[in-house]
Structures are given as C-alpha cells and as structure tokens.
Design a protein around this ligand. Structure first.
Ligand code: F6R
Length: 366
C-alpha cells in the first residue's frame, strides 16, 4: 500500500507530479485558454465582484491560504485576508455584503475551520470550500467548492494536499482574473501554459532527493532551524518550518526574510542552520542581501535557488536547485526539497514520520 516506499509521507511527496496533474485534469485546457471549474458555477459572479475575500484555515492549509492571498491580490486585485479559523471564529469578525469566505481543508473535518464557516454563513457570507476529502463535513457546509483530488493523504504531515490546494487556488484566481479583466489575455494564456508544466518541474525538484539527504545527514542534530523567504516564498518558509517541527521535533521558525533584522537575527551564530528560499523572482536582489546578513554572522545557509543561479552558490554553504517558473507558481516547486529535508531528518532521528507524537490527521476537536 506504500507502493514500495518506506513511509506514506515519502510516497505522498513523490506522488506530487501525479496529484497536481489529477487536480487540474479536465479543468485546465491550456491550449484553448480555458479553465473549467464546475464547483464554482453559481457563485462565479459573486466571486468576480467580491469586495473582499476572507480565507479561513489551519496549519498547512493556512499556509496555502497565504500564498493564495498574494495570488488573488496580484491577479484579481481583490483584497484578501487570511485568518486562522480558531481566531476568526472567536472574535465577532466583520463580514459585509460582497465578502466571500474561502475555507481550505485537506480533511474537511477540522473543527475550527468548520465552525468559522458556519459563523460566516450565519452572517450572510457566501462560503466556498477547497477540500480534499469528497463528501466531508466542510464540503457539505460550503455553498460551492472545488475539490483538490490529490487522493487519500495518510501521512499526518500534509504534503500532496498542500500542492493540490495551491493548484486549485491558482486556477480559481486565474478564472476570476480572466472574467474580471484584471489580467491581460496573453498573460493569462502564458500562466495556464506554465501551470501545465508544474508536474514536470515538481518531478525535477524531486531529483534533489539524494542531495537533500546528504544535507539532512549534516544537520540532523541541530536544535533549531530558521527558514526565510520573501513574497510568494514567505509562506513556503513557514511551511518548511512547520514540516520540520511536526515530524522531527526540531524547533524551527519561518520568517519573512526582511523581518530577521527586527529580532531573529540575534539567534544567528555558527550553530544555526538557515534555509533560505531564494529562487529568481522579483525579490531576488533583496534576498541576496538577506543571505549576506546571515553569512556575516556565520550562520550556515542552505539555499533553494533557481536552476543556473551562479551568484548564490558562491555565497552560501549548500545550494539546492529547482526549475524556474512564474513567481506565483514557485511555491509548488520550492516546497518539494523542504518536504524532503524534513522527511530525511526525521527518519535519521528515528522519529515516526507518518504518525508524529501528539498529532492527529484530522483535528476534530477545537
Ligand atoms: C501539517 C498538518 C496540519 C493541518 C491542519 C489543517 O502538516 O497536517 O497543520 O494542515 O491540521 O488540517 P486540514 O487541512 O485537514 O483542515
């Protein structure tokens, strides 16, 4: 059942080229410039004309929401707020007419997310679901929604569900941007074509496995890790840190790279591994200076870079290359080596990667 893999988590990491493809199969028709999202038909207009989008989720799904915030704001010019479901539900949130709430959940059973949706509904919001489990409570409570179709995720640490969530959210944003006219036709077409190449790029990113394993060997006994990213890669840093914490029990923090100088930089010394997601995008020059700041304090830098980067490898201790893509799609590719890094470190530390202590696959209690 693990398909020859030692753990479900590793199987699910390696399934991602397929699960992403399954997610857009029948929906993304790049040649015709078409996106068919049957799950949001009735509310497609409401979404296009939304004054505001509020995303509610927990954990990894909340990280997917953060990426979606950047995507919706850039593509659709709709203001987005991303809320922890547990915070949203307990503070009498302001919901106005024309607000759309999107709930993101792999299991579709997360108690706080479900309660946040019920609350938003009671205040008159239209609630859409992005869910992996067909027929789950969250899918039933939402007005409409889009399934991620990543297949069953058994490992407690979410991997393929995350990249499928990103795929769905990107498709929704592209659909809305196209309807709304906030994205030029040519750019829309090129993004559809680029989205179609992501499974192959993820496949290539998976080829870093051996190299990542060697790095894992060197850092498996670290007590702390920092993960830094900017722009679209900031949520990737948060997600990388969460993956490491939950399965290897190493303390890790994700930060927007520029925030480092406002506090966390005090932690950096030769003992501190710092994973920097530094792919070539619009914040590239800025992240290069953040790397310099870490190196000046003797931190050990592991950088995730775009293929062919010749500058960063001269500055850092280790580089892992991933194929380049559009800034907004990079999280799907850049997250792969971080999943592998946490997996290998956890295995080397003798941890139960598929069922980490204190964690459950679906959190049905608040
Ligand atoms: C992290 C993880 C959790 C879940 C969170 C939300 O790897 O698995 O943080 O992402 O409990 O779960 P869902 O998406 O099922 O609502």
């Amino acid at each position: 059942e693990k398909g020859g893999f030692e753990h479900f988590m590793l199987k699910e990491i390696f399934e991602q080229p397929k699960s992403i493809k399954d997610c857009f199969r029948g929906r993304l028709i790049a040649n015709d410039g078409k996106l068919v999202l049957g799950g949001i038909r009735e509310y497609a207009n409401a979404l296009t004309n939304a004054n505001r989008i509020v995303i509610v989720a927990c954990g990894t799904s909340w990280h997917a929401g953060l990426v979606a915030e950047y995507i919706f704001e850039e593509f659709c010019r709709i203001p987005v707020e991303v809320e922890y479901a547990s915070e949203f539900r307990y503070r009498n949130p302001i919901i106005s007419e024309g607000d759309i709430v999107i709930a993101i959940s792999q299991s579709g059973e997360t108690a706080d997310t479900l309660a946040a949706m019920e609350l938003a509904k009671s205040k008159g919001a239209i609630v859409l679901g992005v869910c992996n489990v067909v027929g789950s409570s969250i899918s039933r409570v939402s007005h409409e929604g889009v399934y991620t179709h990543a297949g069953p995720e058994i490992g407690v640490a979410s991997t393929k569900a995350f990249t499928a969530q990103l795929t769905v959210l990107t498709m929704i944003a592209l659909r809305v941007a196209h309807r709304k006219g906030t994205m030029a036709e040519q750019r829309y077409r090129s993004l559809l074509a680029e989205l179609e190449t992501i499974p192959a790029k993820v496949e290539k990113a998976l080829k870093t496995d051996d190299q990542v394993k060697k790095i894992a060997e060197l850092f498996k006994d670290a007590r702390n890790f920092l993960y830094l990213g900017r722009g679209y890669n900031f949520p990737v840093a948060l997600e990388g840190a969460l993956k490491l914490k939950e399965i290897s029990y190493i303390h890790a923090e994700g930060y927007p790279a520029a925030e480092m100088k406002h506090g966390p930089i005090a932690l950096i010394d030769e003992e501190m591994p710092v994973v920097v997601i530094a792919t070539r995008d619009s914040s590239y020059d800025k992240i290069v200076s953040n790397i310099q700041e870490v190196k000046a304090r003797k931190g050990k830098v592991i950088a995730i870079v775009s293929e062919g980067d010749s500058l960063i490898p001269t500055m850092v201790d280790f580089t892992i290359e991933v194929p380049g893509t559009h800034d907004a799609l990079m999280p799907m590719v850049a997250t792969i080596p971080l999943q592998l890094l946490s997996y290998h470190i956890a295995v080397m530390r003798g941890c139960n990667v598929d069922q980490p202590r204190n964690l459950a696959k679906s959190v049905t209690v608040e």
